[in-house]
Design a protein around this ligand. Structure first.
Ligand code: IMP
Length: 185
């Protein structure tokens, strides 16, 4: 069975994503001109988005990565997050943009914001491809760039996975019920 057959509905197609990423890159070029920002990609979900964003970004910038693991599942979010991989470089006095695939409850982003702010960056902003605002628990996140508002549905593709699959789909879509019912993400 191919990956495409498991998708019930496409929410954001390839051309729509490409155009939106280009727009976000333009906004960042305007906001960060002359500031040499560091784009911090969250492994593994944001990698596809980050790579397209950085290629569209026509100002000097750096790229670094972090990885975290959340305790509990999506349906029993505890807010406890474990750092699996830290940044390779220092971010003190740097302009940091945290690049996320999706901000859902916001608990992961909130943990990362606290951790990064403790290092005294010159500024800190979040750029997320998807914003599931309806599910937000964490208040006051510095969400400066949002690709798309997403509904409260579990989506896959363009970096987002279900049990580590579907990340490579060029679009973002909803899984068919039968596939999703195989178990928790
Ligand atoms: P938060 O801490 O609840 O905001 O969770 C953010 C993380 O949950 C994301 O970085 C994703 O790894 C995961 N996540 C949330 N919603 C989805 C989804 O619809 N598809 C795939 N992963 C998701």
């Amino acid at each position: 069975m191919g990956l495409h057959e498991d998708i019930a509905e496409v929410l954001f197609d390839e051309a729509t994503i490409r155009e939106r990423v280009r727009q976000l890159a333009h906004e960042m070029e305007r906001d960060y001109a002359g500031r040499d920002p560091v784009l911090v990609g969250m492994l593994r979900g944001s990698v596809y988005f980050l790579v397209d964003l950085t290629r569209a970004l026509g100002i000097p910038h750096e790229v670094d990565f972090m990885a975290v693991a959340a305790y509990g599942t999506r349906h029993a979010a505890t807010g406890a997050v474990r750092l699996l991989k830290d940044l390779d470089e220092e971010v003190t006095d740097r302009h940091v943009v945290l690049v996320e695939d999706v901000v859902d409850t916001g608990l992961t982003a909130s943990y990362l914001v606290r951790l990064l702010r403790a290092r005294r960056p010159a500024s800190l902003a979040i750029c997320t491809l998807l914003d599931k605002r309806a599910r937000r628990i964490a208040p006051n996140l510095p969400l400066a760039y949002v690709g798309f508002e997403a509904p409260d549905r579990f989506v896959v593709g363009y970096g987002l996975d279900y049990r580590q699959r579907y990340r490579n789909l060029p679009y973002i879509g909803v899984l068919r019920e039968e596939v999703f019912r195989e178990g928790p993400p």
